[in-house]
Each structure stands twice: as C-alpha cells, then as structure tokens.
Design a protein around this ligand. Structure first.
Ligand SMILES: Cc1ncc(C[n+]2csc(CCOP(=O)(O)OP(=O)(O)O)c2C)c(N)n1
Length: 375
C-alpha cells in the first residue's frame, strides 16, 4: 500500500504539483489529501481536466496530474487525441486512472465493459502505464514515478498509473465540512418528489446514490420499478435521455432526477430543452454542493446559480427550493403545467450507511421500462 502524502511528496521532487480531475471512490484517499491543497482543481468533466492540465503545462513547463475514474477516459479521449497527442501539441501529463470493473473483481454492471477495456484503451491511445496495487510498496512507487517522469519528460506525452482498489492507505484528514443550513437530504427530497408527482410520471435518475435511493424507496413503498430508468452509468447524460423520451411520450410526465456534479459534467445538455418542445419534462437538480456518491468532494454547486442557467436556456418555469414545504408547494404548482420545468433543490450532503444497490439488472430495468411506456 502507498501512503498518499509520501506519493505526492515524491511527485513534487519532479515539480509535479498541479492536480486536476474528477473524483473517484478508488482515488478517495488521494482526493482527500488533495482537498487541502491549493493546486487542485476539481473539474466539471475529465476532458476539461485534460485541458486544464494542458494550460498549466503551457504556463509553467511542469508536468501536471489528471485523476479520474476509468469511466472518465471516455470524456478524455477527444482532448487526449486532438490536443495532448504527440501529433498535435505533445503535452506530457500523468494520468491517475481508478480501475473500476477490473476483470476478476465483482463490481457494478456499468463498470464491467470499461473495466475490461481500460488497459486496451490506454494501449490504443499509446499511453504507457503501470498498475498500482495493494501490494505496491513505497520503493516500487518511487521507482514508478521516476520511470514515468523520465518517459514524460523525454517524449512530451502522457503516462498513466492505473489504480486498483486498496492501493492507498487510509488518509485521515479533517474534512472541510461544508457549512450549509439545508435540512433536506437527497433521499428525503426523492421521497417527496415520487410521493407528490402526477400519477403516471416516469423517472430518469442519475448515476450514483440518487438511483440507489430511488430504487430503495420503491422497495420500501412496495411500488414496482417499471416507471424508473436507473441510469447507473453515463454520468451527466440523464437529462438528455429524459428529454428525448419526453419528446416521444407527450402523454407522460417525465422527471429527470439529476445531481449537481452530473448536471455540471455536461451542462450543455440543458441548452436544447426549448428546441425540443418538451412541455412534459421536469428536470430536477438535487444540489448538495458535492460529489457525495464518491466521497463528498466539492463541486461548485453551491457557488453557481443553476436556476439562472436554466432560465437562460428557456425552461418554461424555473423554481429553487430548499425546504420540504417549498418542495411540496413547487410540485403542486407544476401539477398539470404545460411547459418544461427546472427545479433546483438545495439539499445537505450525506446518505444512509446501509444504502443498498439495485437488485434488478439494467437489462431487466430496460425491458420493464419500455413495456411501461409503450403504446
Ligand atoms: C464520467 C464519470 N466520471 C466520474 C464518475 C464517478 N462518479 C460516480 S457518481 C459521482 C458523483 C456524482 O455527483 P453528483 O451528480 O453531484 O451526485 P451526488 O453523488 O452528490 O448525489 C462521480 C464523480 C462517473 N461515474 N463517470
């Protein structure tokens, strides 16, 4: 196992001091350590992080680090091939890639395919890598950093550390607790929404704990899951799936339960709602100001105004709520409303320790959902 402070100190010997990326549960210790550092920018998506790292390299000449879950490689491929590649600007950077869905390790369905192709994808991208495991020692780590640095410095191109689970020792830190007076939890808010929506409403829920909580609430209420599409992967894309279902199924009210991190990841998705004429769409961002599902690392959710953005994107009605009562009133207000609606729900961070995972597969979910909305 590697000590995260030793790891970062070793990097700084090579003037590798700038970190950017999107947090991942496998990189939680690194993210926790970095949360106290100034040269760490939590990016909206992994492609943005590659570009931020490029800018920092151009400005300083020092090699930057980009961290991400392997699912984020998808977002990073375009800037890797058309900005960072040797054929273009030839930018060295160290990628830290959390290896979810690693073959042989039990993981969730959304991680399986990317887990299988992670090393192959790095090969296709011509990015050499080394795998950090629970058995990687401090001496190994120092050797790997030296080799990575020599490669990046000589070739002026990226190198990757692929990070297996339990590779870092637990890092105890005093969490910079976000002071918020919000009283609603995400689970509370979801409960209120599914209890106060129009009867036949459809739900498209974002990745992470939102979908897990929606699933468990249905179980608790003994309701079936057929009206819900649990988008366990493809972070940031739930609202676009919801928009096109809403466009086809005008007779149904379509709710998208989004997260602030997910909405930020592909914010441009908000811009097409007006041109799609989806008067039956209710886009709800559950804003806890952080990536709660992977460890609570901050987003800019509490610092920006999603409602202003939604207004500028021409949603017909835009509402911000921060209490149980105001959420219930907003849901009453939009009942039978003919127009697209955006609601930002200000919530506190946190979730139940015993929160489970969906026990139906995405394929089962797809068939029951399609059956529910057909005709
Ligand atoms: C492309 C991609 N990058 C990173 C992740 C890892 N990930 C899963 S959930 C999550 C946090 C989502 O944050 P938010 O949407 O704010 O919801 P919250 O967990 O706070 O409810 C992240 C970063 C991912 N699944 N996909």
């Amino acid at each position: 196992m590697i000590k995260v402070d030793e790891f970062c100190n070793e990097l700084s010997k090579y003037s590798i001091n700038f970190f950017t990326g999107v947090p991942d549960s496998l990189l939680k210790e690194l993210n926790n350590y970095l949360s106290s550092k100034s040269m760490n920018i939590i990016a909206a998506n992994e492609g943005n992080a590659i570009a931020l790292a490029t800018g920092d390299y151009l400005a300083t000449g020092n090699i930057p680090v980009v961290y991400m879950q392997n699912s984020g490689l998808g977002n990073a491929v375009n800037p890797i091939t058309s900005l960072v590649a040797e054929e273009v600007y030839s930018i060295p950077m160290l990628l830290m890639v959390g290896w979810r869905g690693m073959p042989g390790i039990k993981d969730e369905p959304q991680h399986k395919f990317m887990g299988e192709i992670t090393l192959g994808l790095l090969n296709v991208l011509k990015i050499p890598y080394v795998i950090l495991t629970a058995n990687t020692t401090s001496d190994d780590m120092k050797k790997y950093i030296k080799e990575a640095y020599q490669y990046m410095n000589k070739n002026k191109s990226p190198y990757a550390f692929v990070v297996e689970q339990n590779c870092y020792e637990e890092y105890n830190y005093k969490k910079d607790i976000e002071i918020s007076n919000y009283t609603l939890s995400r689970e509370n808010a979801i409960d209120i929404i599914i209890s106060n929506c129009e009867k036949k409403s459809i739900f498209i829920s974002t990745t992470g704990k939102t979908s897990r909580e929606l699933f468990e609430l249905r179980e608790k209420k003994k309701q079936c899951h057929s009206k819900d599409l649990l988008m366990v992967g493809s972070m940031g894309h739930a609202s676009q799936v919801a928009i096109s279902i809403a466009a086809r199924k005008k007779e149904r009210v379509v709710y998208c339960l989004d997260g602030d991190g997910a909405a930020l990841m592909h914010l441009g998705g908000l811009s097409i709602v007006n041109s799609m004429k989806v008067n039956n769409l209710r886009h709800i961002v559950l804003n806890n100001g952080c990536h709660e599902s992977v460890g609570g690392q901050k987003t800019v959710g509490y610092e920006i105004d999603f409602c202003d953005i939604a207004k500028a994107c021409n949603y017909s009605k835009v509402i911000k709520v921060d209490t149980e009562e105001s959420l219930i009133n907003a849901l009453k207000d939009i009942n039978n409303f003919d127009g697209s609606v955006f609601i930002e729900v200000m919530i506190k961070s946190g979730s139940r320790k015993d929160l489970g995972r969906p026990t139906i597969s995405p394929i089962e979910n797809k068939y029951m959902f399609m059956k529910e909305i057909e005709g």
